[in-house]
Ligand binder design. Structure first.
Ligand code: GLY
Length: 371
């Protein structure tokens, strides 16, 4: 372990992350020209230089995204647009009944109904599309893509999103698998300790939700998949898709379908995304903030850490803080810069991410802000 100081606060970069972090930045190849917009000029004046591109396209995803980065890379190499490539990648995970954080098999809301959220963003056109609280459609990322391409809107929710999906030929189905139903039933049988209806006292004092679920042996998470890609032409696309917070109040929408929170792309700079406690990511405009930090010259991993530090500094509710005053929830940020440099960081240990650099796909630990 090697301690280091970044952005004015102590962080720990472990050896594996240090190696991969350096590898991402230390490649030498064709210099990248980003254009001469005022933003680019300001970045360069602050000493930021576009790094040489690694070995062709790059895809980053959350820790559950190994199949996604492999599929997205195949698509990029076949010449697919980056946003189509990442949606093709996350579709594999949405279809996986064993991933209970997304799509088919995702954990349901408190009524036992699976409600899904997703967003996509296309760098070259700066267009975005999203759906929230959509039911009975296993691939919300594909519906978000249709919203982006086939409407003048960005976000369609609930019954409107389902009607829109059906108009585009998506098939309705029951998304609640037996495994997810049993987990939900167990949660329901233990109601009141960890549901989302808080009285004044619980609002201030209740135990960390993850700890309660662990004590009860119930699957519980804010699980999600984020995936972003840059292609050989240095164009970016990104997607985030989720079943959201387990056993949420029906209609609760997290950060994943909120452009600028769960995902954001600036084709001049890079892409960022988030998984974890969506409320914290919405309140920090997490993905937008991370891209702005990269635009200001921070390396991708440092940009992620700075956003997490901002979230930590702005978390005031006692029930969300440890006795040491640190957030008791996890958020993991992912960042991919236009030149192919990448990084990830998490609030607490345990965050992971996957990367495909055109040669191999790897799963790595995200650097924690707090040990
Ligand atoms: N980050 C996913 C959610 O909070 O819904």
């Amino acid at each position: 372990m090697a301690g280091r100081r970044a952005c004015g606060y102590a962080v720990v970069m472990n050896d594996i992350d240090r190696r991969t972090f350096l590898a991402a930045g230390a490649t030498a190849a064709v210099p990248l020209v980003l254009g001469t917009s005022p933003a680019a000029a300001a970045r360069e004046a602050r000493g930021w230089r576009p790094r040489p591109f690694a070995a062709g396209p790059v895809v980053i995803s959350s820790g559950n995204g190994l199949p996604a980065v492999i599929k997205a890379m195949e698509e990029l190499k076949r010449g697919a647009d980056p946003v189509d490539a990442v949606v093709a990648g996350v579709t594999l995970v949405e279809d996986d009944p064993n991933d209970m954080s997304v799509g088919y098999g995702g954990l349901p809301n408190e009524d036992g109904v699976v409600q899904l959220d997703a967003s996509v963003m296309h760098g070259p056109t700066h267009k975005a599309g999203a759906v929230a609280a959509i039911e009975n459609i296993r691939n919300p990322a594909q519906v978000a893509l249709r919203v982006m391409r086939r409407t003048d809107h960005v976000l369609i929710v609930g019954a409107g999103a389902l009607a829109f999906a059906k108009a585009h030929g998506f098939r309705e189905e029951n998304l609640l698998t037996e495994q997810a139903r049993e987990a939900w039933l167990k949660w329901k049988e233990n109601l009141n300790r960890d549901d989302d209806w808080l009285n004044d006292e619980q609002h201030l004092e209740r135990d960390a939700r993850a700890e309660i679920a662990e004590q009860l042996g119930i699957p519980w998470h804010y699980g999600t998949i984020h995936c972003a890609a840059v292609n050989a032409d240095r164009n970016l696309g990104a997607c985030t898709t989720t079943s959201g917070l387990s056993y949420k109040i029906p209609g609760r929408v997290g950060d994943s379908p909120i452009v600028g929170a769960g995902m954001f792309v600036d084709n001049e700079v890079g892409a960022a995304g988030a998984t974890g406690r969506g409320e914290a990511v919405i309140q920090s405009c997490g993905a937008f903030q991370t891209v702005q930090h990269m635009a200001a010259g921070l390396e991708p991993q440092e940009a992620c850490l700075k956003t997490l530090k901002w979230i930590a500094d702005h978390t005031k509710r006692r029930s969300l803080l440890t006795s040491a005053g640190r957030p008791n929830f996890n958020v993991t940020m992912y960042a991919l810069r236009k030149d192919g440099a990448w990084g990830s960081a998490s609030m607490l240990p345990g965050g992971t991410f996957t990367i495909h650099d055109g040669t191999e796909a790897r799963r790595l630990r995200s650097t924690p802000l707090f040990e």
